[in-house]
Ligand binder design. Structure first.
Ligand SMILES: [Zn+2]
Ligand SMILES: [Zn+2]
Length: 283
């Protein structure tokens, strides 16, 4: 394998036919069926993700984006295949993949580098003239219930508005696996201009509960979550302890917003899951 790929991506087998790939604090996933494989999110795109994935499978690839943010869509352009994304995240996707936004991320990541212990790579941002970088017309919009046959394995789209309006989960019934990425996790960001209110987010979590799954995978770790975790996340969304929230310094992707991290009402020691909200948007 090329040195740059090895340096940029790490891969871990999580279940039979399910691989988690991490890069600079972001997780994306490769799920392999008998006839096709699917890639859920594409990280920042710091190195050729498709070439990396080809080390694990030769099958035709279907690419999904759980939502439009740069840390989950930045590597789309390597695949030369229509990307499956929800129409409501099209604008965010466009905005996050403009060369100017890449440059903004470049600066932000340099700051992050000093704060966190992640091994952050600074992206080789595209130039304005770099036409091949993003092809905005190469989309396949997906909606609730759309199901893709991978050969002995199905991938089903579930709309989970919250983190963004067009966030989706991808459900693999045969593996009892739900991939929610940033849409449902132990510290879901709801402070972004493109986020919904807490109530809509809670409704999305309740919808997930109805599916038959054992494992949840999220967007910034390879930890395996389960049904009990989802219950805890619902509890935070329904009983947020607004009076003992903690102000954050500033919010990535939302200049001018001072996010508030909020734990469940009874979790005054802040040991459990949280949500991150914009206190100015609480009605
Ligand atoms: Zn996100
Ligand atoms: Zn993310």
């Amino acid at each position: 394998m090329e040195k740059e790929l090895k340096k940029t991506y790490k891969c871990k087998k999580l279940m039979d036919g399910v691989y988690g790939i991490t890069s600079s604090g972001v997780a994306c996933f490769l799920i392999i069926g008998k006839e096709k494989a699917c890639v859920i999110d594409t990280a920042y795109g710091f190195a050729d993700l498709k070439a990396y994935i080809r080390e694990f499978t030769d099958l035709p690839l279907t690419v999904f984006n759980t939502h439009g943010h740069i840390d989950h869509t930045g590597g789309n352009f390597y695949f030369n295949t229509p990307v499956h994304i929800h129409e409501k995240d099209a604008e965010i996707y466009k905005q996050h993949n403009e060369p100017s936004f890449h440059r903004y991320m470049e600066k932000t990541l340099k700051v992050f580098n000093k704060i966190f212990f992640w091994r952050i790579l600074v992206p080789k941002h595209p130039e304005d003239t770099d036409e091949g970088r993003v092809n905005f017309s190469d989309w396949q919009f997906v909606k609730e219930g759309d199901t893709f046959d991978l050969g002995g394995l199905s991938a089903q789209v579930i709309e989970i508005p919250g983190h963004t309006q067009g966030s989706i989960a991808v459900y693999f019934k045969e593996k009892k696996l739900m991939i929610t990425s940033d849409g449902a996790n132990p510290a879901t960001w709801l402070y972004l201009p493109e986020s919904t209110d807490i109530r809509a987010y809670a409704a999305s979590l309740h919808k997930l509960e109805k599916y038959d799954f054992d494992t949840i995978l999220t967007g910034h770790s390879l930890k395996l979550f389960g049904r009990k975790d989802l219950k805890d996340w619902i509890n935070v969304a329904e009983h947020p302890g607004l009076s003992h929230g903690k102000k954050q310094k500033g919010g990535a992707f939302a200049p001018g917003v001072t996010p508030l991290q909020v734990w469940a009402e009874e979790d005054t020691k802040h040991k459990g899951p949280s949500i991150v909200i914009d206190p100015d948007r609480i009605s």
